[in-house]
Design a protein around this ligand. Structure first.
Ligand SMILES: CC(=O)SCCNC(=O)CCNC(=O)[C@H](O)C(C)(C)COP(=O)(O)OP(=O)(O)OC[C@H]1O[C@@H](n2cnc3c(N)ncnc32)[C@H](O)[C@@H]1OP(=O)(O)O
Length: 200
């Protein structure tokens, strides 16, 4: 496997890959000062010819940056789940996505491309996560929640059942979402309120 991004987020992906016995041949990073991460070579800017049979995971937590980089990558994308995660057999997980330690993903969840399901979060039955979504640590999505592409569900957020959250939203850490949320909303609180709608 190859990674793109030699960050703290990459360390957690490396932990997942090592726990699955998957070797990592190198990490691309635009910061040429970085030379290695946990003894894995950092090989500089993206090179489509480097180990081009290998799969690649973009190890960048920011949804918009991850989306921008994905459009410029020629490698096929890999995916990984830590063995401590409990993932129902009916779950569909697309390329580029990662599931971290102690996560639970329940029946008939659909996970888009390049999604992050972070440490100890819970995604319950029939949820749909769009491409480039990030479910931050310890968030809870109850049953049949739809999350639009590019949205961040902040750490510790609770989303009640049958809610639809739009695209490119920022749900602040610790929010409790009880109503549908429109696209591009910044949302905070318990019960959560839309603070503003942003289009960039
Ligand atoms: C492994 C990982 O680390 S994954 C990382 C996942 N990331 C997250 O979950 C973080 C999500 N981000 C947040 O919750 C952020 O706090 C944001 C984006 C909502 C707000 O960020 P900013 O716009 O920079 O707000 P800022 O920090 O300036 O705070 C503004 C005010 O809102 C308050 N505030 C900030 N975040 C929250 C929050 N989540 N809930 C309630 N109040 C908050 C601040 O205390 C401050 O209050 P004050 O004006 O009374 O002092």
């Amino acid at each position: 496997m190859l990674l793109y991004g030699a960050s703290g987020h990459a360390k957690v992906i490396i932990s997942c890959l090592r726990a699955n016995g998957v070797p990592i041949s190198g990490i691309f990073d635009d910061d040429l000062q970085k030379k290695s991460l946990w003894s894995i070579p950092v090989i500089g800017k993206y090179d489509p010819n480097f180990d081009n049979k290998s799969l690649l995971i973009i190890a960048i937590g920011n949804n918009q940056i991850r989306r921008k980089i994905a459009s410029s990558i020629h490698h096929q994308f890999g995916k990984v789940a830590h063995p401590s995660a409990i993932i129902d057999d009916s779950v569909k997980m697309s390329a580029g996505s990662v599931i971290f330690h102690n996560v639970v993903v329940q029946a008939d969840v659909s996970i888009g491309k390049h999604v992050i399901i972070n440490t100890s979060s819970s995604v319950d039955h029939d949820c749909t996560l769009g491409d480039f979504v990030h479910i931050a640590p310890n968030a809870t999505l109850c049953g049949n929640v739809q999350v639009g592409e590019g949205t961040l569900i902040g750490a510790g957020t609770i989303v009640t059942p049958n809610i639809t959250i739009g695209k490119n939203c920022l749900i602040a850490a610790g929010s409790v979402i009880t109503k549908d949320i429109p696209d591009f909303a910044i949302v905070r609180g318990n019960p959560a309120r839309v603070l503003k709608i942003t289009f960039d």
